[in-house]
Design a protein around this ligand. Structure first.
Ligand code: ATP
Length: 328
């Protein structure tokens, strides 16, 4: 029976592989139909290395491309929009702000206000329809893809892990990293103790079919990647997923290391991040509605104060809720 089942199991595995290949091919053809909207200028220059640059949005207006202008990144989103009969409208209208080099800016605001869109423009997933996004004084359209990719590190809510060893998942961020550098990055990201406790350590296979990392562990591995990559600009979408308080504290400590002396733009959901930010931008109605520090904005009594009081304060006692409960 064993002899019979072996080949059958192998065959069903083969079928799965064949299906994946067919799906991949149709996806490639689908992609071949697309026009790249983002191009590298023939005169593109490199961004200065190892120096945290400033970021400037100068009168930026942006709407997501329509189906016939489609870019790769918006394909899925557009498909669902088309199915629901929606069309794209201006997300940003004449938005201007400045993030000083080496400082942390927190983006807050209602859902759908355009916070992620701002971060997409910083990583040049799209170009603005008018106005200019400048990093280190250069319009992004004048920079080489390589130098921008090297400078900007992105940590999104759900870090993608390849079905491979933890080591390979880390080396992807810096292929030349030594064993010591990997361990150091994992320590900084508060994930080393966990990896070290696994029987195969860094050689543990992770992903859907391997060791399944929890949400907090994945985030910390993403932070370890960030520490290895050493970008000068960090774009972070702080997770809203509710972590247990131990993971939460570990992620917070890891982030503190990761953001130190880099220029950071954080879609912030945690009060601790918002309080520590050098500047808070309240995004609403297609642009920056308010800007300032936590104390300044609270004193102003505008939208930020309103969001803060609904999200963070207990109306009965007016005391702040525990931080892990909050979502901004
Ligand atoms: P949230 O806090 O809910 O994540 P957000 O402030 O980050 O919201 P965005 O994700 O930037 O808001 O979305 C702003 C607007 O742009 C929304 O109306 C959204 O539906 C639309 N949008 C976002 N991504 C795309 C896309 N890839 N293609 C087309 N429209 C998009």
């Amino acid at each position: 029976l064993q002899r019979l089942f072996g080949p059958i199991t192998q065959l069903s595995g083969l079928q799965e592989t064949a299906q994946t290949v067919v799906v991949s091919f149709s996806r490639i053809f689908e992609l071949l139909d697309l026009k790249p909207l983002i191009r590298e200028s023939p005169d593109a220059v490199g961004l200065a290395k190892n120096v945290a640059p400033d970021i400037e949005f100068d009168d930026v207006s942006f709407r997501y491309p329509t189906a016939d202008e489609v870019s790769l990144a918006s394909l899925e989103h557009l498909r669902s929009k088309r199915e629901s009969g929606e069309v794209t409208a201006d997300v940003l209208r004449g938005t201007s702000f400045h993030v000083r080099a080496g400082t942390l800016t927190a983006l807050v605001g209602p859902s759908g206000a355009g916070k992620s869109t701002i971060t997409h423009l910083v990583s040049r997933l799209y170009d603005p329809n008018s106005g200019s996004v400048r990093v280190g004084g250069h319009d992004l359209r004048d920079l080489t893809f390589d130098s921008l990719r090297e400078a900007v590190g992105v940590v999104s809510q759900d870090a993608y892990l390849f079905h491979d060893t933890i080591r390979e998942n880390l080396l992807y961020a810096r292929p030349t990293a030594t064993e010591e550098e990997l361990v150091e990055a994992c320590r900084g990201a508060q994930i080393w103790d966990l990896i070290d406790s696994l029987p195969r350590g860094l050689d543990t296979v992770t992903g859907d079919r391997g060791y399944r990392m929890s949400g907090g562990e994945k985030q910390r591995l993403a932070i370890a990647r960030l520490l290895l990559k050493e970008p000068t600009v960090v774009v972070l979408d702080e997770a809203t997923a509710h972590l247990d308080s131990e993971s939460e504290a570990a992620v917070q400590r890891a982030l503190k290391t990761a953001l130190r002396s880099r220029t950071s733009l954080v879609i912030a959901h945690r009060l601790s991040t918002i309080r520590e930010a050098d500047q808070i931008l309240v995004i609403d109605g297609g642009g920056v509605r308010e800007r300032g520090t936590h104390d300044e904005l609270l004193a102003k009594g505008g939208l930020y104060a309103e969001l803060y009081h609904t999200q963070f304060s207990d109306p009965a006692s007016n005391a702040a809720k525990p931080e892990i409960e909050v979502e901004f």
